[in-house]
Design a protein around this ligand. Structure first.
Ligand code: PBG
Length: 331
């Protein structure tokens, strides 16, 4: 029974800062953040990304410097994405299997410099390596072939694990890939390499700046709707999560983030497993555009969105604001 006014005053516990702090239900800490970074060739290179103001591609030496900043700020994990040179992209994306590709060199360099002070999560999908920008192998009609693609993704995962990746994160949305990747990792001695599955990944309009960052936007013909999920579907997200968990995923991701918070809540409530949200490039760009337009305060917008993910039940968030947020939270 709820007491009636004036005995019940919900404003009472909000009246002072100490009381608000005491009653706050969820918190964000730097340990909740995964920082996505874009790697490019060369040394001493920083390439700002126009559609992601404040985010740059870095050559491997710069990536190591960012990794050290992340460790100092208390960020537990980085997510790496390569901007593959155009002459290394091909119809079949075979550069993904090269043990000396940009991604593997970045993984090794971070692990050499930081060891287990920070985790390295690696994206598994072929879009940074294909000349057509799709996440997998295509037939003459441009359809992305499931089973043939999965075979390559297994090789890509083993390649990343051999270079020292701690968390394999398949973002391709092919059916059955989690089980086959898990089996291959087990069979090759990578028993403690985790899989964070992009389980509920939607065919979203919020990925534009990311495609600029990895250099696939100019190449991509068509869309990714035959493999990424339809934004109208929630029940299907639960089926995707269920199957990835059954195949051996250690944790699952919902992507994009804020527009799909309902999915994060349902996944958490249904399965009770570690759920991560990816606050994607278009979401980052919206906040930065709002700040540039004088429509909001960056720190406030960033911290409130991160809190929303925690409130929804997420264990953590992949966000381009990670370093900024970690420094704010650590201060
Ligand atoms: C590709 C991949 C994408 C993102 C992460 N991995 C883009 C896509 O599916 O086209 C998007 C991340 C972002 O927008 O920040 N496999």
């Amino acid at each position: 029974m709820t007491a009636p006014y004036p005995l019940l005053r919900l404003r009472r516990t909000r009246a002072t800062a100490w009381s608000r702090a005491l009653h706050r239900e969820v918190l964000v800490t730097p340990a909740d953040l995964i920082w996505p970074l874009f790697v490019t060739e060369g040394s001493g290179v920083e390439q700002p990304i126009a559609s992601l103001p404040g985010v740059s591609r870095w050559s491997v030496d710069g990536i190591v410097a960012r990794a050290k900043e992340a460790v100092a700020a208390g960020i537990p994990c980085l997510a790496l994405f390569p901007n593959t040179q155009p002459d290394r992209r091909s119809h079949d994306g075979k550069e993904a299997l090269n043990p000396d590709n940009l991604m593997c060199r970045a993984i090794r360099a971070i692990k050499d410099a930081c060891g287990d002070d920070i985790g390295v999560l690696t994206d598994v999908a072929l879009d940074p390596y294909t000349s057509h920008g799709q996440d997998g192998l295509i037939d003459e009609a441009g359809y992305v072939l499931n089973d043939a693609t999965v075979e390559v993704l297994v090789g890509q995962s083993l390649n990343q694990a051999a270079a020292g990746a701690d968390v394999i994160a398949p973002s391709d949305m092919m059916d059955g890939r989690i089980g086959l990747i898990r089996e291959a990792l087990e069979g090759n001695g990578h028993v403690n390499v985790q899989i964070m599955s992009y389980a509920a990944k939607y065919a979203s309009a919020f990925y534009g700046p990311f495609r600029d960052a990895v250099g696939s936007s100019g190449l991509l013909k068509g869309d990714k709707k035959t493999y990424q999920m339809d934004p109208g579907n929630a029940e299907e997200a639960l089926r995707e999560v269920e199957s990835d968990l059954a195949e051996g995923a250690d944790s699952v991701m919902v992507k994009p983030g804020l527009p799909y918070l309902d999915i994060a809540v349902r996944v958490k409530e249904t399965f009770g497993v570690p759920v991560f949200a990816y606050q994607v490039s278009g979401e980052y760009a919206m906040i930065e555009a709002a700040v540039a337009a004088g429509a909001g305060d960056r720190n406030g917008l960033v911290l409130e969105t991160l809190l929303a993910f925690k409130r929804a039940g997420c264990s953590g968030v992949l966000t381009y604001h990670a370093l900024h947020a970690a420094r704010l939270l650590g201060a």
